[in-house]
Design a protein around this ligand. Sequence first.
Ligand SMILES: NC(=O)c1ccc[n+]([C@@H]2O[C@H](COP(=O)([O-])OP(=O)(O)OC[C@H]3O[C@@H](n4cnc5c(N)ncnc54)[C@H](O)[C@@H]3O)[C@@H](O)[C@H]2O)c1
Length: 694
Amino acid sequence: MATDRLLMCRPRFYGVAYVINPWMEGNVGRTDADVAMQQWERLTAELARRAALDYVEPVDGLPDMPFAANAGLVHDHTFVPARFRFPQRQPESRHFTSWFRDRGYRVVSLPSGGTFEGEGDALFQPGAPLVWGGYGVRTSLQAHRDLADILDVEVIPLRLVDERFYHLDTCFCPLPGGRIVYYPDAFDHDSLETIRARVPAERRCEVDATDALNFACNAVVAGGAFITNFSSPALRERLARWEFEVIVCPLTQFILAGGAAKCLVLHLTHPGAQRPAATPRAVSGVRERLVEVQGDLLDTGLMNTFLDCITEGGGSFEIETFQAGLRHDQASLARVRVVAPSPERLEAILTRLVQMGARVAEEDRDARLEAVTQPGVAPRDFYSTTIYPTEVRVRGEWVRVTGQRMDAVVVIDGPPEAPRASCRLLRALVVGDRVVSGIEGVRIHPTHVPVAGETFGFMTADTSSERRVELAVDRIAWEMRRLRDRAGKIVVVGGPVVIHTGGGPHLARLVRHGYVQALLAGNGLAAHDIEQALFGTSLGVDLKRGINVRGGHRNHLYAINLMRESGGIRQAVERGILREGVLYECVANRVAFVLAGSIRDDGPLPETIMDLLAAQEAYARAIEGADMILMLSSMLHAIGVGNMTPAGVRLIYVDISPAVVTKLADRGSVESTGIVTDVGLFLNLLDARLGALE
Ligand SMILES: NC(=O)c1ccc[n+]([C@@H]2O[C@H](COP(=O)([O-])OP(=O)(O)OC[C@H]3O[C@@H](n4cnc5c(N)ncnc54)[C@H](O)[C@@H]3O)[C@@H](O)[C@H]2O)c1
């Protein structure tokens, strides 16, 4: 069996002199040079029994040089030098590269600009032409694509998500026999799936936080031994079953800087890692695409959201061009190369970016269409719609999607010379429907892209003041007046709190004066409105006096019962039983109302639609052509309506809870305004302002 050759660097100038990882924090100047040297010598002695060792000369002023694993990656007499992320370590490269050059190695630098921290983030699976590549903290994904090309090995990128495990070798250790020891919490979900797909369960050893935080995974495997700073009894037992001898060499001085056994060693040989001569060259799974995004990238924070979206999706990026708008009314333009570890993850990231208004900056292609084979079920990677105007490319022509709404699929039909594209709900799909899949040939025109963490004007500390609410109401009243003058359409969506807070008479007046063209609510608002009209109470509370009426909590049931006896609200109005209130005004003024049922409904009222799909459809019809929708204190109904409303409709959300307003308004279209206030006060104020405008 070939002996491993390892490169090490004596810690003559070792110490913690700066902070570039969480382990170093608080440890500057706290290492003990003598103890560090003893620990290193003990490790070296153990290694010397099992491998051939070479040494690189330490350099004064480069305290991290003993962590030789980060020098680069060696394979088959080729050395790929590191490109360190932090300037403190960058000078090390020159010294390591000279060492390899002097010994006749072919030195190949990475062609792309990304960072690469050597074997720390690129671990050979012993005996196989396979490298596990860590990225996400120190090394870039591009480096792994380049490594696969340069060394003709397969590279499997794994994304690190915990800064304490900043290099792959701190949380992952490949062993001979296709085995691995690793700490799952250091990886993202997709990487764990990748690991589990590649390594069968009986060859994986998962360690817990105690092992991981004591650098148990940071082990050197040589001559049948697993040499590490620490091992729990469980890990020792597992490794014994795999016939590895566990040798513990305390390296506490090096842990002060965030490294242990494996960090101190660079493999010069990888027996069995050459690909057999006749096999095709290794192809990296890493994929990239160039995307372009334009708009208020800086002042709205969109650029940050955009880049976060790439990294959160497990990708990385290189900004190729950035032209900043020089004035506040000038748009910025960015061209960004998006890199992802696999074609599937690239597609997932691009889908989100396209939904934020980015374009794939390559020649336009037609949308990919796939046929529905099961009623009500879309092809797996169907394009899911947003609220924004969307176009789809069919036979070289861009076709505007109709019936725009969120969370739908796009179906293409019509004759080949005049294709049509429309939004369709999953449940409405029939076998044979041609559905747009993936993001190819889809472009959207966002009016405003939701930015993570965006807060709305009326929610920040100084702006939730009464005065700000008054100003907002002034503005809304003015808009409503203009809409009424030009026969626009205003829809009100409301919950029962409207009635409980005394807003009923104000909303009734809005209906009477032509400010409401449709009312969408649940059983609750209608039941309590009718209760108030008939008994003067809302959920048993006398709204004039603000006190509980004895036995009044039953009043809403009597009200519902009366409506049922009459055959419905309309009939009750016609018979003169119901003579005031919001629902009365709707009937009297021929304003459409739709009541959608819910699980907590009493009765229900005869008009309440208890078939939820039918209720959703009735809501969707009622908001068609709406110019403004006022969502008043009903999270349930407001979310339902928000999902079916395209961009361009003015949305006003009123709720007492800031969290609810944020949730509702987080689609963030420019047309939406969130107001945190009591809905009764809001309606009172709105009614007064509209009255003043009469
Ligand atoms: N008797 C009944 O049949 C009955 C009674 C109540 C509710 N319901 C039904 O239950 C469903 C859910 O009811 P929902 O829409 O009221 O619940 P919801 O929880 O979805 O929404 C209520 C919202 O009102 C807000 N709110 C509370 N006090 C407020 C105030 N003073 N000012 C402004 N906002 C305030 C809350 O923050 C919350 O977001 C509806 O379909 C409704 O019709 C039926």
